[in-house]
Design a protein around this ligand. Structure first.
Ligand SMILES: [Zn+2]
Length: 458
């Protein structure tokens, strides 16, 4: 079958690495061959897509997605997650090592994931490994097999088959990752601080918030940075929710610790004050905090302190969320902690970013170029530049839509954005030059960690 792909995509608002400007993008064999002046490339009408004033962005790279297949496919799966990604302008996802069964803590577990994902990825897809107590001997084989790094939890993960690491486990895991040149990605909440916090079950969000205080994040990050300094490992703090950790990261960087951090659309666009009683669609760990904290996260984002804004898409079935509208109790303490947003991250962030005076170029840096750099994919993903894959998104910055959870491609109709009106509509997503049609055959590829990643294997 012939590959249908335009030779040139033209937009008056192409978001390039140097900023937004009118441009023609020439595509050949799935790659961007040239970025030229707007209107300068001459091709036949059938080979031209002229977007007019619709923006052209590089496809988003979401390095924090829990696909959950196999094992908990009823929560989400490769087909549903990658369709949602494509519809939301995300052309690359990196799958988290847990909530699937088996977890990705051995090469055998990785092989199961890869076989399961075959033929059902509408976007490109890579895998994180997991570092759990006792699997230090598995890390190098997984690293050689192409995982992008290793996730560890410093507090219980929520699933029994992916235990958290105690201090000695963390030390051993980071020492090994420093040796092999792997990237350690960390869920940083301190279990002792969590255990000492008041535990008041029920439908009131403030009680849940009090049970996961900001001090749990700062204590865990401090301990992690200490271990990173001793071992020399490169570490990345996942889903920073509390702005109080930022000064710790700054001081550690100044002291030579290799540390980066990410935050998520829900911490930047939602706030504790807005969460209705019993609406457990808003539950995640660490939790969404107050408005003042949210403003501080935006300031840090503006100051370049976050490498990436990624979804932490971590859905479950509605019954496990205990949602009242599905007959549940609305108990925040007992509900599954995870937010579904893969298809909505771009418009959610754009809606708030624009209100705060940010540009599409900022959003692209946070959600495409930054995460691509984190996982060593710069030069292939995350930019409209010659040599990169032609992963592109036609995005109407002024297109408004109301979120109906049941109309999203996510497997389950639960998201805290339900009922909101968001700005920014994804019109077309191209993966390696081909328009993605979520109703047709998928052509996503499985990605391996590039060997030339900084700190990677020789
Ligand atoms: Zn996560």
């Amino acid at each position: 079958m012939p590959i249908s792909q335009p030779a040139v995509i033209r937009s008056r608002r192409a978001v390039l690495p140097e900023g937004e400007r009118p441009a023609d993008v020439l595509i050949r064999d799935g790659r961007i061959e040239q970025v030229a002046a707007h209107g300068s490339l001459v091709v036949g009408d059938s080979d031209l897509v002229d977007l007019g004033d619709t923006a052209l962005l590089p496809g988003l790279v979401d390095t924090h997605v829990h696909v959950n297949e196999p094992g908990r496919t009823e929560w989400e799966g490769f087909a549903t997650a990658t369709r949602a990604a494509a519809a939301g302008g995300v052309t690359t996802i990196i799958d988290m090592p847990l909530n699937s069964v088996p977890p990705t803590t051995t090469v055998a577990g990785l092989d199961v994931k890869r076989k399961t994902a075959e033929g059902q990825a509408w976007v490109d897809l890579g895998f994180w490994g997991g570092a759990v107590p006792g699997n230090v001997p598995d890390l190098e084989p997984l690293h050689r097999a192409g995982v992008f790094g290793f996730k560890s939890f410093l507090a219980p993960s929520g699933v029994d088959e992916f235990p958290h690491v105690e201090a000695a486990d963390l030390e051993a895991a980071l020492a090994e990752q420093a040796r092999i040149g792997a990237l350690a990605i960390i869920h940083a909440e301190d279990p002792a601080v969590l255990a000492a916090a008041p535990q008041q079950p029920g439908v009131h969000y403030r009680d849940f918030l009090a049970s996961r205080p900001a001090g749990a994040e700062t204590a865990a990050v401090a301990h992690l940075l200490d271990t990173a300094r001793r071992t020399g490992a490169r570490v990345h703090i996942l889903h920073v929710s509390s702005a109080a950790v930022l000064p710790l990261l700054r001081r550690a960087r100044e002291a030579g610790v290799r540390v980066t951090a990410e935050t998520c659309p829900h911490y930047l666009t939602l706030a504790a004050e807005q969460v209705p009683d019993g609406d457990t669609a808003f539950k995640c760990c660490p939790p969404i905090r107050d408005e003042a904290n949210r403003d501080a996260l935006w300031q840090a984002l503006a100051d370049g302190e976050f490498t990436a804004v990624v979804s932490d898409h971590s859905p479950s079935t509605p019954d496990l969320k205990l949602l009242p509208e599905f007959g549940g109790s609305g108990d925040f303490a007992a509900a599954w902690g995870g937010i579904a947003s893969l298809q909505l991250g771009l418009p959610a962030i754009w809606t708030e970013a624009r209100r705060r005076g940010h540009t599409l170029a900022d959003v692209v840096r946070w959600m495409s170029a930054g995460p691509a750099e984190l996982v060593g994919l710069t030069g292939t993903k995350g930019a409209i530049a010659a040599g990169c894959d032609a992963d592109l998104v036609a995005f109407d910055p002024d297109g408004e839509f109301a979120v109906h959870a049941g109309e999203l491609h996510h497997r389950n109709p639960v998201t805290p954005y339900a009922g909101r009106t968001l700005s920014g509509a994804v019109r077309t997503t191209w993966l390696r030059g081909r328009a993605v049609d979520t109703g047709a055959e998928p052509f996503g590829r499985q990605l391996l960690r590039p060997a030339d990643q900084p700190g990677g294997p020789a």
